[in-house]
Write a new protein. Structure first.
Length: 267
């Protein structure tokens, strides 16, 4: 009798679990369908998308000492970014506001200067972890050659670990860093966009110079899930980035050329 009762209870529990699983899967699929619908309603371009990006580039630099000696090492710059829309134009609860959007992102940056062989193999590298907010305007033109114009601004904050290395010594520092900037994303086609931008980088540490850059990114979304972009950034240079004895060093300018790969997600 107990065996029969236990068998019936197990049968009922298994049925309830199966029914619950079917209901849960149905709700998940319905939610995914609604999300996918929202994805199709958003505008093209990079702004307003959920994606993970990996960026890498080669940095051509020009240094000069106070005595007039010049050095041109080749460095590297990399970045990993997770971006997601906080507020998308014309979507769901905000259908009547199709001219404004806000993106949020977290990032990890790494930069390496390369070695200045004439100064004891002097080199710099830094790591930065932080977050960024990017509000933007969304103007849909209706033209075939320019789908949308998206002016944007951004503010970022993070923490930086900075190292200076030579053959004889290594010094380390860490500090709060921040920045702001802006630009405009020109959505040329449904899959293609061109984004010129200006950026300023500051910090809360005495003796670490601030600097600013200007650059451009050309991005092509092969599908909703995959994008490749090419970029160029120009650093306008900074004075007194390093001093040892009677020698001080200035970064006159640098140019970084590279590519970025993005994987998009419905959001």
């Amino acid at each position: 009798m107990l065996y029969i009762l236990g068998t019936k209870i197990n049968f009922i529990l298994n049925m309830n679990i199966k029914q619950f699983s079917i209901i849960a899967v149905s709700v998940l699929l319905a939610g995914s369908s609604a999300f996918a619908w929202s994805k199709k309603m958003e505008n093209t371009g990079n702004l307003g998308r959920t994606y993970i990006a990996i960026k890498g580039g080669v940095e051509m630099q020009r240094y000069k000492t106070n005595s007039g000696a010049k050095y041109s090492p080749t460095g590297a710059a990399t970045e990993a970014v997770i971006n997601a829309p906080i507020f998308k134009p014309g979507i769901n609860a905000f259908r009547d506001i199709d001219w404004l959007g806000v993106d949020g992102s977290v990032f990890f940056d790494y930069n390496y200067s390369g070695k200045l062989s004439g100064l004891g193999n002097l080199s710099f590298n830094d790591y930065t972890v932080g977050a960024q907010i990017t509000p933007y305007l969304n103007f849909v033109t209706g033209w075939s050659f320019l789908k949308a114009v998206k002016p944007f601004a951004y503010g970022r904050a993070g923490y930086t670990w900075y190292n200076v290395n030579t053959d004889s010594a290594t010094t380390n520092d860490n500090y709060f860093s921040y920045g702001f900037g802006g630009g405009v994303e020109l959505v040329l086609l449904d899959q293609l966009s061109l984004t010129p931008a200006w950026k300023w980088f500051g910090n809360a540490k005495d003796g670490i110079p601030c600097y600013n850059t200007a650059g451009v990114e050309l991005a092509y979304w092969f599908t909703e899930q995959f994008c490749v972009s090419l970029f160029w950034d120009h650093n306008f240079g900074t004075r007194n980035i390093y001093a040892s004895g009677a020698t001080s060093l200035e970064l006159q300018h640098s140019d970084t050329f590279g590519a970025m790969f993005k994987i998009g997600f419905p959001r």
